[in-house]
Design a protein around this ligand. Sequence first.
Ligand code: NAD
Ligand code: DAU
Length: 341
Amino acid sequence: MTKLFITGGAGFIGSAFVRLLLNERPDVELINFDALTYAGNLDNLADLESKRHHFVRGDIVVREDVLANLPQDCDAIINFAAESHVDRSIASAGEFLRTNIIGTQVLLDAARERNVRRFVQVSTDEVMGSLPEDDLSYFTEDSPFAPNSPYAASKAAAEHFVRAAHHTFGVDTVITRCGNNYGPRQFPEKFLPLTISNAMHNDTIPIYGDGLNVRDWIYVDDHCRGILAALEKGKSGSVYNLGARNERKNLEVVHSLLDTLGKPRTLLNFVKDRPGHDRRYAIDPSLAETELDWRPLESWESGLAKTIDWYQQNPTWIERTRSGAYQDYYKNQYGVEVRTT
Ligand code: NAD
Ligand code: DAU
């Protein structure tokens, strides 16, 4: 059996990765180690009935808990656990430093102490900052670091510690950097599920600034396949950019969603801009395509259709997450009321 220790596996991307592993790798047994913050949700794992999946509630910052649950002869740690929302990091950065930086270092130390064979750090294109609008430049693995938000800075710092563990101590590491994910089970503070969920409730949809910021969107399962390819085929010490060559302006995204849902554009509510709002992300995934033989499988149209369908089929999931912690945040930051019923 291949033994994996997956952190943050009750969140959006982590739970999709666990599902992919259980479906496609019969020889894998895994510990899913997650603190269950506001973003962690056991409902995301409810359909997984495998004897090869062991959920443990635990905090990656607590060394003793990590070591107590790390299996002997562990083949890899895959670190998804993070505070992941840019707006929250602007409101308060403390948890981002704690989990994203210190937690990553705790896991790297544990990997070294226990001779874990490989460490995969799930990172983000945001460590490279913002690209000029409407030009043909892309992020490559060699783009300089230029994180602009506290979230991005914490993920950049984590990458530096991963690099240092490889360089100084010979830990076998791989880093993946991805753009904006979309798909089922994404917490509705993020733009795409927030739009779908608000539109379904006929609530207004906050658009930051002029709505012309560009994000490079990828379906969550395609991202997970890229992480799996990096785990299995990536060169030690490497970084791989994962992207679907799918740049979209925010207004274009929201118009597509409203049109598909049959909702009017009068729901759009232009609010003040996010402080330090990155203008454009765009990823060149050539290295991953060549070295990992990885390609996204979903088109934007097929991925969006699957995503909308999942939210429409799972109203209870949306109600439970919407009744969570994010309404006060939106009210304070953007003056936006979000209904809970
Ligand atoms: P998410 O917020 O949905 O999930 C994060 C998970 O981590 C939650 O289950 C939470 O309970 C858990 N967690 C938080 N702090 C923890 C701690 N101290 N110990 C253990 N578990 C903890 O995030 P996501 O969108 O699924 O992102 C997963 C990873 O992918 C993150 O590292 C993020 O930076 C990265 N990433 C996300 C995107 C995206 O578009 N969402 C894109 C690129 C990279
Ligand atoms: O690029 C990868 C990153 O993508 C990940 O590392 C982050 O974890 C993930 O949250 C995401 O960051 P963004 O800040 O790009 O995602 P968010 O969904 O918050 O916002 C997407 C775009 O939509 C951004 O330009 C801000 C805008 N936006 C967002 C929200 C929540 C709005 O206009 N209105 C909103 O209400």
